[in-house]
Design a protein around this ligand. Structure first.
Ligand SMILES: [Zn+2]
Length: 85
């Protein structure tokens, strides 16, 4: 276990770390299980544009940064995990 501030859920592995194995980001709606694979570099660039350090943003924390609701059910609760090639 790592010492650190208590958070609701750990942020996960930083996005930049996935460059090594070329994984993208799989976004899943927790309400209807709609899924979408997001290009990792495009996502990092979009976060940087919003003033977020995308390279250091954890794979799990990305889910909380979604700006748009689910296109299928309108839900706003998402999960994110790596999508390995
Ligand atoms: Zn949904």
């Amino acid at each position: 276990m790592e010492a650190g501030p208590v958070t609701a859920s750990p942020p996960g592995v930083p996005l930049a770390a996935y460059r090594e194995n070329g994984a993208d980001v799989l976004l899943t709606c927790l309400d209807c299980f709609w899924r979408k694979t997001i290009d990792r570099e495009a996502l990092i660039a979009r976060l940087q544009a919003r003033g977020v350090d995308g390279e250091r943003t954890g794979i799990k924390a990305v889910a909380q940064l979604a700006t748009r609701p689910c296109p299928r059910c309108g839900g706003r609760r998402f999960d994110t995990c790596p999508a390995f090639p």
